[in-house]
Write a protein that binds this ligand. Structure first.
Ligand code: NI
Length: 233
């Protein structure tokens, strides 16, 4: 949040200059395309820009539903981001390994889903560290990202914890609906280029909806990326 505000402020100052640069860049690209067309290149004029989206799953791994999700994603060649609860990772280590093997991004969601702003800072640091250590022991890689439970985060945590917080721009409310069609409808109505979608891989309805959402968005020309590729850093 802090970063986004800073970035906007910086953009405001240089808005005029930025505008000129963008116009110049666009102008250059257009004429480049024209030239390609003139010499019979196969560049398609007005080809839609690439649309990217990141699916993120919190609170797992779940022994049944996460396994189903991983199988479905593997069939579709799609990479997502998992924010793991340490206690669940401890119980389902082979699934954590599978996530890493499949190229998904793994982040930290606290050991027991604590609200980070409502507990002692020191104990929250321990919860995060314990979870990161466990993920590193299983996968060989230390997480770089944290999804704070409930999105609860503050300046003290920002300073104390050396992980980048990742929030979301589309909330599927899957935990509330527990209804595949409703989850799917809500996400597909809201989603746009660059969105980070929040879901939970601890419900069968969420996993079914997620795979249907993937199929629809692939049809709509979206590319799935991991959340690190979409956050403003
Ligand atoms: Ni959560």
């Amino acid at each position: 949040m802090k970063m986004a505000k800073k970035l906007l402020a910086a953009c405001g100052v240089d808005a005029v200059l930025l505008g000129i640069l963008i116009c110049t860049a666009l102008g250059g690209r257009e004429s480049g395309k024209d030239r390609e067309a003139d010499i019979g290149g196969d560049a398609v004029r007005g080809e839609s820009e690439e649309k990217t989206v990141a699916l993120t799953f919190d609170d797992g791994p779940h022994p049944v539903y996460t396994k189903e999700l991983l199988e479905g994603l593997r069939k579709r060649g799609v990479k997502v981001t998992f924010f793991l609860m340490g206690a669940n990772a401890q119980e389902n280590q082979e699934l954590v390994q599978e996530m890493a093997d499949d190229g998904h991004l793994i982040g930290n969601h606290g050991y027991r889903h604590e609200d980070m702003t409502k507990n002692q800072l020191e104990s929250m640091c321990e919860s995060i560290e314990k979870t990161s250590r466990l993920i590193q022991e299983i996968t060989g890689n230390e997480p770089e990202y944290v999804r704070p439970p409930y999105g609860s985060w503050n300046e003290d945590l920002e300073e104390a914890i050396d992980l980048t917080p990742v929030f979301w721009s589309v909330d599927s409310l899957d935990w509330k609906y527990e209804d595949t069609d409703q989850i799917k409808r809500r996400v597909l109505e809201k989603v746009k280029n660059g969105d980070i979608i929040l879901m939970h891989d601890i419900f069968s309805t969420s996993v079914d909806a997620a795979l249907e959402i993937v199929d629809t968005l692939l049809d709509r020309g979206y590319t799935f990326v991991t959340a690190d590729e979409l956050i403003v850093d």
